[in-house]
Write a protein that binds this ligand. Structure first.
Ligand code: 5GP
Length: 191
């Protein structure tokens, strides 16, 4: 999506460890108009997939996920992060290793919000090694619901997450696909 690539070129900074900082429009300060455009595009691409709910993980997936859900006309659920969980009977849970924070989190969704008839779309801000998406795949499997697609605002194509989603046989849409960080600049996959 050209508008997103332009914004990444303009406002993104590359940090050590292949981390792209985009906290002035995506995951700290949020540009609502851009989020609306991203949500519109995800909704367009998954319009015929029969989605009943959008799933994400707090907190940085929430902005694009809620806009996507708005345009699909379905609810959005964000998995909550916890350091460790006890008393999990009423929850679906999974373990997720955080790429940026380098800590393990448990993530959870209340069982009341997922139904075996659901068909979900997973939305997140970044796809790096695919740990967050895998955690949501695990919850979906546990809840016996179908994952009809994964949409990420930015994928770092050179890391493992892209292949993980492809290998799972789930349709993947990345609105910006980064092939490499070279000499402090971003190279997009189609460049
Ligand atoms: P994964 O679980 O795919 O390894 O990493 C995805 C999660 O880590 C995203 O939800 C995002 O919060 C964070 N993340 C991964 N790579 C980046 C990055 O380059 N920049 C930022 N800001 N967050 C990232």
């Amino acid at each position: 999506m050209k508008i997103l690539e332009d914004r990444i070129r303009q406002d993104g900074t590359i940090l050590p460890g292949n981390v792209l900082k985009v906290d002035n429009f995506l995951n700290h300060q949020v540009d609502p108009q851009l989020m609306d455009q991203l949500g519109t595009e995800f909704a367009r691409q998954f319009a015929d997939a029969g989605i009943t709910k959008v799933l994400t993980v707090e907190s940085s997936g929430i902005a694009p996920a809620v806009m996507t859900a708005l345009h699909l006309g379905v609810p959005m659920i964000f998995a909550r992060k916890h350091k460790s969980l006890t008393l999990t009977d009423h929850l679906y849970t999974a373990k997720v290793y955080s790429y940026t924070k380098q800590v393990n989190n448990d993530i959870s969704i209340d069982r009341r919000f997922l139904d075996p008839n659901d068909k979900v779309l997973i939305i997140d801000d970044f796809l790096a090694n695919g740990q967050a998406v895998q955690g949501l795949f695990d919850i979906a499997q546990d809840a016996q619901i179908e994952v009809a697609g994964v949409g990420v605002v930015i994928e770092k194509r050179f890391q493992k997450g892209h292949q993980l989603v492809v290998d799972a046989g789930v349709p993947l849409v990345a609105l910006a696909s980064i092939a490499a960080f070279e000499n402090g600049t971003v190279t997009f996959a189609q460049d």
